[in-house]
Design a binder for this molecule. Sequence first.
Ligand code: ADP
Length: 494
Amino acid sequence: MGSVDAGAAMEKIRAAGLLRTRGLIGGKWVDAYDGKTIEVQNPATGEVLANVACMGNRETADAITSANTTFYTWSKLTASERSKALRKWHDLLMSHKEELALLMTLEQGKPMKEALGEVNYGASFIEFFAEEAKRVYGDIIPPTLADRRLLVLKQPIGVVGAITPWNFPLAMITRKVGPALACGCTVVVKPSEFTPLTALAAADLALQAGIPAGALNVVMGNAPEIGDELMQSTQVRKITFTGSTAVGKKLMAGSANTVKKVSLELGGNAPCIVFDDADIDVAVKGSLAAKFRNSGQTCVCANRILVQEGIYEKFASAFVKAVQSLQVGNGLEESTSQGPLINEAAVQKVEKFVGDATSKGANIMLGGKRHSLGMSFYEPTVVGNVSNDMLLFSEEVFGPVAPLIPFKTEEEAIHLANDTNAGLAAYMFTKNIARSWRVSEALEYGLVGVNEGLISTEVAPFGGVKQSGLGREGSKYGMDDYLEIKYVCMGNLG
Ligand code: ADP
């Protein structure tokens, strides 16, 4: 669609009626009860895009009450009726693709091409779960006594609290809200305070689609207050969260008191293993995509590129060349493939990790500093000879820094890959089929990409093992987290 000016983009969003700045409670757009607001900034320019309601525990309590009341009507609709409303929401998301993508680029910074990709991806969860709504099957179990019949019913769990991050302002919401609504649950969403505008626009479209008032509520502002209110409520039966491991652990602990079901998508530390027998072009292209998507700010981004010694030099030089071709800039410019980081704190974290690596003997092969564009732009960076005593190995950098770690044997690669508390995504590049099976099975990860760097899709289960989380999102498995199993024994039928 070519480059766009920020003012014109805002005008387009406003004209479509999608610039929402208040929270959504019981189908009404409401200000914070004390009138407080927070600024939403464009990370590429620092410009304030909007002031949105800064809500807390009182607004959250009302959103929960509204979701709870609506649960009794929404869950009683037929699956087909819920499916139709979701399908309509999907269609509206797609017909407002451009405005949603612009909004995302403005508040999050990702390039328009990626933002448009996220609208497709985000909407695909609504379409998929509109279809799955009709496939929530129970069971009939052969009874142990002749005059009994044993049934298994699947029922919606109730009110869901969904807390989401800034890196995928739309898809992390639809991946949770889609299955929740499909099952008959109602939801209180708390989007990230950095990116509430996309969430609010999507919620507006949900209302337009006929998702009833109160089935989907949105509150944002004081995250700990909102989180605590959701935790304490006995009406909220499930918490679903995507974000940092530290906050995830807090939410898990906080859910204990009311014994809520918890789903968590937390941080990763993805290994990307390039074996000597890899197709070098496939490995470079796949690692580049896995590392630099969203400027390295996804939990499935390749965090450690492990390269076998026989291919190390060749891979390193081809990879550096590919990284050099990435174009840093404002996401609204058509040529941009790397936007800014979300904020100054994110850049400082990257600087700290790179400084730690170079102080311990790693070498900068490309980049390694802030970009001349200023703000939170950072140069796409490749660091060579990284080892397991460096922060770049042990933690998620969440930025455009690719550490290369040499290894000798397959056994060593598996050991290095699994030497972390995280277990979300892993990648490998090899032409050897036996090895691809062997290593896939040995990797302690929830997702494995073989000869492919972009593997997420609505039809496949997404989720981690170890401290990367609990539960799976997307796919038929994504419904289970929003359903309770009820056993019904019908006796004395003889
Ligand atoms: P990130 O590092 O990706 O920003 P966070 O875990 O800080 O990850 O944020 C993810 C989501 O969790 C955001 O919506 C944020 O506002 C929310 N959040 C942060 N702290 C808390 C908390 N104490 N309780 C509930 N939600 C929180």
